[in-house]
Design a binder for this molecule. Structure first.
Ligand SMILES: C[S@@+](CC[C@H](N)C(=O)[O-])C[C@H]1O[C@@H](n2cnc3c(N)ncnc32)[C@H](O)[C@@H]1O
Length: 313
């Protein structure tokens, strides 16, 4: 009589386990629900970009900064230099404020770094942003700053402000509505300080970009006048070059490395995810193209503008 051999069950292969897991109907339904929820949450994609920059820099400012030396080489820059440039930019904007008795409204305040500096200069400052993540952060870290969580276009108040500030936030707001709202809440002799980039050509696919010519036209139409303007395009470029250097020398090589690793370790997953990886790669190429300094100079100019209301006669 031959001895009965015990049946040894072979563990299912990794690939089979993964595929069975992916094809599980309950899991697919959960994934679809999760996708819908996330889509709603992340409806403004630039919020994600801002969060990324906020994680990288530590002074709670989300703008390009201002470099005195326009020839600063990106290789010679540190994160600390970029943060110092951001503080210099904020100080430049604050130097245009003049009335400490009336409140300042920081429109599109990001995560509160500029407003905190304005407060330290002795101004009463309120912050406004439609982004729930940003307002939560500001309320926790700068509890002394009164805050408003909504779009500027939807802001309602009886109060009059001595200064309205748009630091790299004007581009996100409907221009006509911004002029109407600013006109309602500015105090007589009050100043509206706008620092942002404007397009110098029209690009139908870039809806956020405001054309400078149209802006200038609207200034007069809405009863404002520009009392100061400075083109700081070349002074913001070192930050762009710095970010570009990181993408070229670290982010892109790292992505290629991860892709190779996936191919070697899990070739089947590499094969199955080809389409999604191609899509992601196109998206990243588009995002990273925003860091192209030559394109920036040819398409845009970065302006500091100070406006006041024209006196009624
Ligand atoms: C590039 S960040 C600038 C943040 C901040 N001013 C700074 O320089 O650190 C743009 C800001 O504009 C805000 N924003 C976007 N749409 C807005 C709107 N309709 N009204 C007011 N703020 C808006 C964003 O939530 C974000 O806080």
């Amino acid at each position: 009589m031959t001895e009965k051999q015990p049946i040894i069950e072979k563990p299912p292969k990794k690939l089979t386990v993964y595929l069975l897991g992916l094809l599980n109907p309950a899991r697919i339904i959960r994934a679809i629900k999760f996708h819908r929820k996330q889509k709603k949450y992340c409806k403004v994609s630039h919020d994600m970009e801002l969060r990324l920059y906020a994680e990288m820099l530590s002074n709670d400012m989300l703008h390009y900064g201002y470099f005195e030396d326009v020839d600063t080489e990106p290789e010679k820059l540190s994160f600390n230099d970029v943060e110092n440039a951001q503080i210099r930019y904020a100080e430049k904007l604050i130097s245009h404020m003049h009335d400490k008795f009336l409140p300042v409204l920081d429109i599109g305040c990001g995560i509160g770094g500029i407003a905190n500096l304005i407060h330290k200069h002795g101004y009463q400052v309120e912050v406004l942003t439609p982004n729930i993540g940003q307002i939560t952060y500001v309320r926790k870290n700068y509890p002394d700053l009164p805050s408003h969580n909504l779009k500027f276009e939807d802001f309602r108040t009886e109060k009059k402000y001595g200064t309205l500030l748009n630091a790299e936030s004007f581009q996100y707001i409907d221009m006509k509505k911004a002029f109407e709202k600013a006109g309602e809440i500015i105090a007589p002799e009050g100043r509206w300080i706008i620092a942002d980039y404007f397009s110098i050509q029209q690009f139908p696919d870039k809806k956020y970009q405001k054309k400078f010519e149209e802006f200038e036209k609207m200034v007069g139409e809405h009863g404002w006048k520009i009392i100061y303007q400075e083109d700081i395009t070349f002074h913001v470029l070192p930050t762009l070059k710095f970010a570009n250097m990181y993408v070229t020398r670290i982010v892109n090589p790292l992505l290629l490395y991860l892709e190779d690793k996936l191919l070697v370790k899990l070739a089947w997953l590499h094969h199955l995810t080809r389409e999604i990886r191609d899509k992601l790669s196109k998206k990243l190429t588009k995002e990273f193209s925003k860091l192209d300094t030559a394109a920036f100079i040819s398409e845009k100019k970065y302006m500091i503008l100070v406006l006041t209301k024209q006196q009624q006669t």
